[in-house]
Design a protein around this ligand. Structure first.
Ligand code: AMP
Length: 620
């Protein structure tokens, strides 16, 4: 029977509902909980083994899979059957992937607009399925260690993950048999692990936190503001291909040059190349606590001292500092605005990393929580909040692009503007344009341009069975709700009849950071022409509605009009019709006014007569 590292009383666990926190990482993943006896957060592990589970999946010839340390052993021997870094594929299409050749396994371009798949023999796996295999392994391990079923989880994602990637992570959890109560940002989790934002009941002064996360293969810097228990991501920056692996590679190159071994020679000797890499990682870890590393590899003598090591990696660390500068700039902050720096990721154990970060921010860094476990620990704290043990907490993010619906003339009507805090809610009322209209199409878009054709369509649905009413009478309330995971639900309700329809928006595939950027730049570039087009479209819609209502009025009341009024109205309508076909908004507006001028006297007269008639009827 497996021993467990923490002394858990099974009884109390079965009584209470177990909600775990999961850090689903690119390189390693792990689970943390709030210990039922000590009420302290802990990462769970088998006795004296690591809490980290490598995010690696190995498929054998029969496509049976193993996950974790066992799978990692096959990285060199069976690279084409061993999946690593599948998190990099979440919510991505083939064109989103920088360099598919960096993956040793086969990534399939399904078709232009859909998500990639990984081919394993004659089977195809989506990144969601791959992540679900890792999550399933974590769930099984947790159940084995805790001796209780684990069904509910909080899972962390990078702050820059878009809604598709968050939804994909949630779906992976579902596939693994987990009820994902919340998706939270990794830097938010790390801040929670250090206790920031937890004393929200006492009104505390806002805190600005820089979360510096240097892992095995990625670097992220996030600037958060925490005020009254609300976490706001002010900016994020980073490099998705910079981390501890690059430090290892730099050490290997240093040794190759010292030992006069050519890179070509190493490239053809895969086992030797792997051994060098492992020795380099060992040297790096050793130098985090010692001055010199020495070892042998076959006939080679390997040496590296602290000074040479630091010289070697200074340019790499400097790249992360440059990202910090950009993140500060994007948040419109200066170094003195940062109250605290939180260190995340195994590579922040390198003393030079801590020194350069602390020198840059002119403050000591927070590194007391294990940097490998800090994110999972924060997720466990969030899970505890959701279990009802720590009320009045709200974790907020912002929407990267505006969300809205299409209105008459193909215009974008924004309900939730870009940079709104989430969770977020907005609603607006619309009406019909045609008498007896029984349906209304709700098309949901994301983007900053005035015409929906220039934005990105997220979803579409029909509100049907609206009871027959004259145009303009139905009141259709469209509601947008973005939940705390950033997932959008759109509802439409005809308020007079109560007819309602609702849709959860799960876009086919998400936007990369650069696509979001391009959309924003486009909206700025086209701002002037968009304003002109919007004004013209609005004038045309107004003109068409006036033509329609005048037409209806004439049909019902022709007998009450004199010939001259009918003639004048017909010619004003014709002039407006013509103006609508032209590109001049002012001309349309002028013709609208002229038609109103012609129709106002008889419209008022007929209305007065109707009122008088009604009054007379009453008197009788
Ligand atoms: P993570 O992605 O956060 O799990 O970080 C993994 C990276 O941290 C790998 O590149 C490890 O080699 C590195 N790492 C782990 N422990 C140490 C250490 N003591 N000193 C330097 N780097 C380390």
């Amino acid at each position: 029977m497996a021993k467990i590292g923490i002394n858990l009383s099974t009884g109390s666990l079965q009584k209470d509902e177990m909600i775990v926190g999961i850090d689903l990482g690119t390189t390693n993943s792990l689970v943390a909980i709030i210990h039922p006896d000590t009420h302290q957060p802990v990462a769970i592990r088998e006795h004296d083994s690591s809490s980290l589970v490598p995010s690696v999946i190995y498929f054998d010839e029969a496509n049976h899979l193993v996950v974790g340390e066992e799978a990692k052993k096959h990285l060199e021997s069976h690279p084409e059957r061993t999946i690593f870094s599948s998190k990099r594929l979440m919510g991505k299409s083939y064109s989103d992937i920088h360099d598919p050749s960096l993956f040793s396994y086969k990534i399939i371009d399904t078709n232009a607009d859909s998500l990639v798949k990984v081919q394993m023999g004659n089977q195809f796996f989506s990144p969601i399925e791959l992540s679900s295999f890792i999550l399933k392994e974590l769930k099984n391990r947790a159940e084995h260690i805790l001796k209780t079923p684990v069904q509910k989880a909080v899972i962390t994602v990078p702050a820059y993950f878009n809604d598709t990637q968050r939804q994909a992570t949630r779906d992976a959890g579902k596939l693994a048999g987990l009820d994902v109560l919340r998706i939270i940002n990794e830097p938010t989790a790390a801040s929670l692990a250090y206790g920031f934002g937890l004393n929200s009941e006492k009104k505390s002064k806002p805190q600005v936190i820089a979360v510096y996360d240097l892992g095995g293969g990625t670097f992220d810097i996030s600037i958060l503001k925490i005020e009254d228990g609300i976490f706001d991501v002010l900016s994020t920056n980073g490099n998705t291909y910079l981390g501890g692996d690059d430090i290892d590679n730099a050490i290997v190159e240093y040794w190759l040059s010292e030992l006069s071994i050519s890179k070509e020679m190493l490239a053809i000797n895969k086992p030797l190349s792997q051994s060098f890499r492992l020795k380099a990682e060992a040297a790096k870890k050793h130098l985090s606590a010692h001055d010199v590393y020495t070892d042998t590899l076959d006939a080679y003598q390997l040496t590296l001292d602290g000074i040479a090591f630091e010289k070697l990696i200074t340019p790499l660390v400097q790249q992360t500092i440059d990202c910090c500068k950009y993140a500060l700039k994007d948040a419109s902050l200066s170094i003195t605005d940062i109250d605290t720096i939180v260190m995340v990721g195994g590579s922040t154990r390198v003393p030079l990393v801590k020194k350069m970060v602390s020198d840059f921010f002119e403050k000591p860094v927070n590194d007391s929580v294990n940097p490998d476990e800090v994110v999972a620990i924060g997720a466990a704290i969030q899970a505890d909040i959701l279990a009802g043990n720590n009320k009045s907490m709200l974790l907020l993010d912002i929407t990267p692009l505006s969300l809205g619906i299409e209105t008459a003339g193909g215009l974008m009507d924004v309900l939730i503007p870009r940079n709104s805090k989430i969770p977020s809610k907005a609603s607006r009322q619309y009406t019909t344009q045609v008498d007896g209209q029984s349906g209304m199409r709700i098309s949901v878009y994301q983007g900053e341009r005035d015409l929906v054709k220039d934005n990105r369509k997220l979803a579409e649905f029909n509100l049907t069975n609206i009871p027959g009413m004259p145009a303009g009478l139905p009141k259709v309330e469209v509601g947008f709700l973005i939940n705390a995971d950033g997932i959008l639900t759109v509802s439409a309700t005809e308020l007079r009849s109560g007819v309602a329809q609702k849709i959860e928006v799960k876009p086919q595939y998400g936007l990369t950071d650069s696509q979001v950027e391009t959309m924003l730049l486009d909206s700025m570039k086209h701002a002037q022409e968009d304003i002109i087009i919007r004004a013209l479209t609005e004038a045309r819609t107004e003109g068409e509605q006036l033509l329609q209502s005048t037409e209806n009025f004439l049909q019902k009341n022709a007998s009450l009009l004199i010939q001259e009024e009918i003639m004048n109205t017909a010619s004003a309508m014709q002039a407006l019709q013509l103006a609508i076909t032209m590109e001049d908004k002012n001309l349309i507006q002028k013709k609208i006014e002229e038609l109103n001028e012609v129709s106002r006297p008889y419209a008022e007269r007929i209305m007065d007569e109707a009122i008088a008639k009604a009054m007379k009827g009453k008197q009788i």
